[in-house]
Design a protein around this ligand. Structure first.
Ligand code: GTQ
Length: 308
């Protein structure tokens, strides 16, 4: 089988996860995750050749214990609100659409002090680390890594168009580890008034590391894009296979000739170098991630716009 385009319905995945939630706790599982496996890569726990995707459930009162690994992770919040993740001793509360980073080798744990189940998508570069035989992980030995910084400190310090005066870049990942949806969405809302649409992408932005303007993560490129109601994109393809989440809106995407209809929170994947066309029935926001940054660093990346 070859790597395929595919769509997962969020509502179905949520049902399965909640059933799993009755069988095993987050602590017992370490991470309670429904892996989104590319049907062309059966048994491989991969959504694309280089990337992993899963849906993680943390029930009220649960913890997913502290650990760290050489793989980078992103979270994209899809259900619930008010659970936290902590990264290197700073907690962040997560709300719908928030994009959260766990940099390589950073201690992290998750906990849900809210009264609702919390589900987010995990995106990791697990297959990249495996390819390089560079996979390492260790447990902290306790549920929580000690909290040593105020909640919201990183976003204030690095996410307000300022940097500490003597800041020196030491890490590859962005020092901001929660990019709140409320902010990104508001920015898209203001920009769309300009009515400047890219034929292939509508209005597409990339999440950056404010220190150097590069992508927010060393191996994964995250994006957020808005398609106005009725917009149909021109065909586009690139070598970075891409995972999309319909954050708001509804519509259709045709990938390598196969049409997928999506609504809020549905997840779909496009393989490398297959033509993609998106059509928005309502005003739509798509979150997406791929290995573009890694391909660009290594000299492999290319893209093509429909010549028609
Ligand atoms: O939350 O740290 O889906 O380590 C897979 C591996 C989530 C996590 C996953 C992980 C995590």
């Amino acid at each position: 089988m070859y790597k395929r385009q595919h769509l997962w319905r969020f509502e179905q995945a949520r049902e399965w996860l909640l059933e799993a939630g009755e069988l095993i706790t987050a602590r017992e599982a370490e991470r309670r995750v429904l892996i989104l496996e590319n049907p062309g890569l059966r048994g491989d726990s991969r959504i694309t050749t280089s990337l992993y995707a899963g849906l993680q459930l943390v029930l009220p009162g649960e913890v997913a214990p502290a650990h760290r690994h050489s793989q980078s992770a992103l979270r994209f919040v899809l259900d619930g609100g008010g659970a936290h993740t902590s990264v290197n001793g700073e907690r962040t509360l997560m709300e719908y659409g928030d994009f959260v980073i766990t940099p390589p080798w950073a201690w992290h744990d998750h906990g849900n002090d809210s009264d609702q189940p919390m589900i987010w998508m995990d995106g990791l570069d697990i297959p990249v680390a495996s390819f390089f035989d560079a996979s390492f992980a260790e447990g902290y030995g306790e549920d929580e890594h000690p909290v040593s910084r105020q909640t919201g400190d990183s976003l204030a310090r690095y996410g307000a168009n300022m940097l500490p005066v003597d800041f020196e870049q030491r890490e590859l990942a962005s020092p901001i580890f929660n990019y709140p949806y409320a902010r990104s969405r508001e920015a898209l809302e203001k920009m769309q008034r300009q009515q400047e649409w890219d034929p292939c992408h509508g209005l597409k932005m990339r999440y950056v590391n404010p220190v150097d303007g590069g992508f927010a993560m060393p191996t994964i490129s995250p994006f957020l894009q808005l398609l106005p109601q009725g917009f149909k994109t021109a065909a586009y393809r690139s070598t970075d296979a891409t995972v999309f989440v319909a954050t708001e809106g509804s519509g259709r995407s045709t990938i390598d000739g196969q049409e997928f209809t999506w609504g809020p929170r549905d997840i779909f994947v496009a393989p490398s170098w297959k033509w993609i066309v998106h059509e928005a029935d309502d005003e739509t926001v798509l979150f997406s991630y791929s290995d573009r940054v890694a391909q660009q660093k290594l000299g492999f990346w290319r893209e093509q716009r429909d010549p028609a």
